[in-house]
Design a protein around this ligand. Structure first.
Ligand code: FEO
Length: 164
């Protein structure tokens, strides 16, 4: 039996993950607009992953017999100063997401909800990868700065991201 507090927290996080999917899709659209197709493709894959995160939460709530509540999703930002600003914003965002999952885990522990503790562990591990993969791009873009040749090389590399 899942408690009310955990149900509320996981519904909140599910809706946040749907926001995350829209945020990354908006970043993809920005990259399409400035003709960085590789970065756009990277962000589209990230957006799909975020929908997958939301659906994991949806499924857990459903399996635990909780009421699933979809909420309005805020409009994401649409403009950034350039590629580095986009990936820096994404990195900051992922650090916040990691904190959100830490808080949910603390709540699940306080509520002695072992099934949710075990479920959330996947996300805690996933966040390590999420932060690292975005930060790796930030570091490359910092080295490239505004050199167009280097930016296009990074864009080609980003096009090769597989679905994970
Ligand atoms: Fe689902 Fe990237 O947080």
């Amino acid at each position: 039996m899942i408690g009310k507090k955990v149900t509320k927290a996981l519904n909140l996080q599910m809706n946040r993950e749907f926001y995350n999917a829209r945020l990354y899709l908006s970043m993809a659209a920005y990259f399409r607009a400035i003709n960085l197709e590789g970065a756009a493709s990277w962000m589209e894959k990230q957006s799909q992953e975020e929908t997958g995160h939301a659906m994991r939460l949806y499924k857990h709530l459903q399996e635990r017999g909780a009421r699933i509540l979809l909420a309005a999703v805020d409009a994401p930002p649409t403009e950034w100063e350039g590629p580095l600003a986009v990936f820096e914003a994404a990195y900051k965002h992922e650090c916040n997401v990691s904190r959100e999952f830490d808080e949910h885990l603390e709540l699940a522990r306080a509520e002695k909800d072992n099934a949710t503790i075990s479920f959330l562990q996947w996300f805690v591990n996933e966040q390590v990868e999420e932060e690292a993969s975005v930060d790796a791009v930030v570091q490359k873009l910092k080295v490239a700065r505004d050199a167009p040749g280097a930016i296009f090389m990074i864009d080609r590399m980003l096009a090769q991201r597989g679905q994970s």
